[in-house]
Design a protein around this ligand. Structure first.
Ligand code: TYD
Length: 136
């Protein structure tokens, strides 16, 4: 079982010149798993909250491609907030962690790189069920 102490902000490579920046993410080099799915949240109305679930096995890298938002991670014992506003940083969410997403800025885009394809069976959508799972 992973704790929120295992979830950290990763500095991604940034190639900078006067014409702008490039950030590159490569499987098993800058990201420690094979990316099997890419999705992004956008057009999120101001004040909306998303997330509210955990995953049994999925791990994810989260990048604020544009704007900002806050991920609140919860391992059943403690919670920690991660403010994301920099496309050269990723939040690594390990398996078995509950997350809420809040405080989306207008026009923000949240990129998610995921270790597996979509499966509803991998979701923990009920918080009590999540806590029971964490307690083993
Ligand atoms: P969900 O993961 O609950 O979104 P969030 O955590 O951002 O609030 O997904 C919302 C809906 O979209 C849910 O009905 C499942 C569907 N969905 C897919 O069909 N495929 C996907 O890859 C994802 C991420 C979601």
């Amino acid at each position: 079982m992973y704790s929120i102490a295992d979830c950290e902000i990763i500095n991604l490579p940034k190639i900078h010149n006067e014409a702008g920046n490039i950030t590159v993410i490569e499987n098993n080099i800058t990201i420690p798993f094979d990316v099997k799915r890419v999705y992004y949240l956008y057009d999120v109305p101001m004040g909306s909250e998303r997330g509210g679930h955990g995953h049994y096995k999925l791990q994810q890298y989260i990048v604020a491609l544009s704007g900002s938002f806050t991920f609140v991670l919860d391992d059943g014992v403690s919670t920690k907030e991660f403010f994301l506003n920099d496309p050269s940083k990723a939040l690594h969410i390990k398996p078995g962690i509950w997350r809420e997403i809040k405080s989306f800025s207008s026009g923000s885009i949240c990129l998610v790189l995921a270790s597996d394809i979509y499966s509803e069976d991998d979701y923990l959508r009920d918080y009590e069920e999540f806590l029971n799972y964490r307690k083993g």
